[in-house]
Design a protein around this ligand. Structure first.
Ligand code: ATP
Ligand code: MG
Length: 411
């Protein structure tokens, strides 16, 4: 679980505000859920035999002996909240959320025990257009962030729950006959969560899978049409994708569309955004049947990617635009007043006032990292401002012309 330090938070804010502006452009509204839920919610939604529920949850009893869990993801909480407040039945919703998620995993680059997701969940829409929209929205975000060239879209259809069940049976029967050749994890999954075997990185298992029954052959007609429509919309919108018949996603609740945005720039933790359709989940959690599509992106991985690609605009890392200092202590009161005046007149300029000792003040001011530095001094009873831009002395003017000059420069 990481501290996010002041030199990093501007990058987080840059990412968050970019996402928010894209979400606003699609008419999505924010929902905020609690960080803890009853443990049972995650067991019933994510699935008892998934990695998350089997070994990754932070679960504890509260003082009342009730089992609670720090949320490992947002979808279950969002469905719970939507159901509890009557947002789902007979309505359409386009929601987004952000915040920390918790999973007890082996920490490594791009994988942490407290990490952050920004996710969207849409409810009440069963046709492929909304699947297309959530993908288009994410594609637009990569454009906006300047990382579009570094991510690719992997796409698959899992078919209906029935189709998936039939496929599961065929896969288990094929793999059971070859159980000895499977890696250890996959052997275990054969009885618990066989579809996850498709995710296995083990080369021997991968070889076996080459001749295994293919999910594509089990997809029901309705799902096939749905998927074709989705692909057509993406084609028309110029969004490239790779069909990946082995993409199944780790959670139990997906059906029909599943997708992941992956990058090869981050090593093993290459999935930056993942989602799909989960038409069965609302009913499974006790609501009336409600179709749903969503995704979640990993904020830490996106930030790693932005850094790897040097895609963070220089200005983002600058916490202020102007550093204001006085040449000697007697001017400090006037300096404070001047700073307030400038903030009135230049509300968009971020001004940091020098409030510490005055030793080497002029070199300290110039090293502050701000593009603008102003050193105030008094001469013959009038206040003068020595203005530096990017470490170059640029103007020497009366203090009362400072605001006008800065306004001009900003424009
Ligand atoms: P992975 O296969 O990498 O474990 P996942 O399938 O468990 O991912 P999801 O539950 O789909 O991940 O979560 C959506 C996104 O959240 C992931 O694609 C990833 O970007 C991010 N994410 C998931 N777990 C972590 C983690 N422990 N640390 C950082 N980011 C994570
Ligand atoms: Mg995982």
């Amino acid at each position: 679980m990481n501290d996010i330090l002041p030199d990093q938070t501007p990058v987080w804010q840059f990412l968050e505000s970019s996402v928010k502006s894209v979400l606003a452009a699609y008419g999505y509204t924010e929902i905020r859920m609690p960080i803890v839920e009853q443990t049972d919610l995650f067991k019933r939604s994510i699935g008892e035999v998934t990695d998350i529920v089997e070994k990754e949850m932070y679960t504890f009893d509260d003082r009342n002996g009730e089992s609670l869990t720090l949320r490992p993801e947002g979808t279950a909480s969002c469905v719970r909240a939507g159901e509890e407040h009557g947002l789902l039945f007979n309505q359409t919703q386009r929601l987004w959320y952000q915040g920390p998620m918790f999973r007890y995993e082996k920490p490594q680059k791009g994988r942490y025990r407290q990490f952050h997701q920004i996710g969207i969940e849409t409810f009440g829409m069963s046709s492929a257009d909304i699947d297309a929209e959530v993908i288009m929205l994410s594609a637009r975000l990569w454009q906006k962030l300047g990382i579009a060239d570094a991510v690719t879209l992997q796409l698959n259809s899992l078919g209906s729950n029935e189709a998936r069940a039939a496929y599961k049976e065929a896969l288990v029967s094929y793999l059971s006959a070859r159980k000895d050749e499977l890696d250890e994890d996959s052997q275990r999954r054969l009885s618990s969560n066989p579809l996850r075997i498709l995710d296995s990185k083990d080369p021997q298992t991968q070889l076996l899978l080459n001749d295994a029954p293919s999910l594509v052959d089990f997809i029901d007609e309705e799902s096939r049409v749905h998927f074709t429509e989705l692909c057509e919309m993406l084609d028309q919108a110029g969004i490239a994708y790779e069909l990946n018949p082995r993409l199944v996603r780790g959670l139990d609740y997906y059906c029909k569309t599943v997708f992941e945005w992956v990058t090869d720039k981050l090593g093993a933790q290459g999935t930056v955004c993942a989602g799909g359709r989960y038409d069965g989940l609302v009913k499974q959690l006790g609501g009336r049947p409600t179709p749903a599509v969503g995704f979640a992106m990993g904020v830490e991985r996106l930030i790693l990617l932005l850094e790897t690609l040097s895609a963070i605009p220089e200005a983002v890392k600058q916490p202020f635009d102007l550093y204001l200092a006085a040449e000697h202590k007697g001017l400090q009161t006037q300096l404070m007043v001047l700073a307030e005046q400038l903030r009135n007149e230049l509300p968009n300029m971020r001004i940091r006032v020098h409030c510490a000792g005055l030793k080497n003040i002029s070199s300290k001011a110039r090293q502050s990292g701000a593009p603008w530095v102003v050193l105030v001094r008094s001469e013959n009873d009038s206040l003068l401002a020595n203005l530096w831009y990017n470490s170059e002395p640029t103007y020497d003017i009366q203090v009362n012309s400072l605001s006008g000059l800065l306004q001009q420069q900003q424009a």
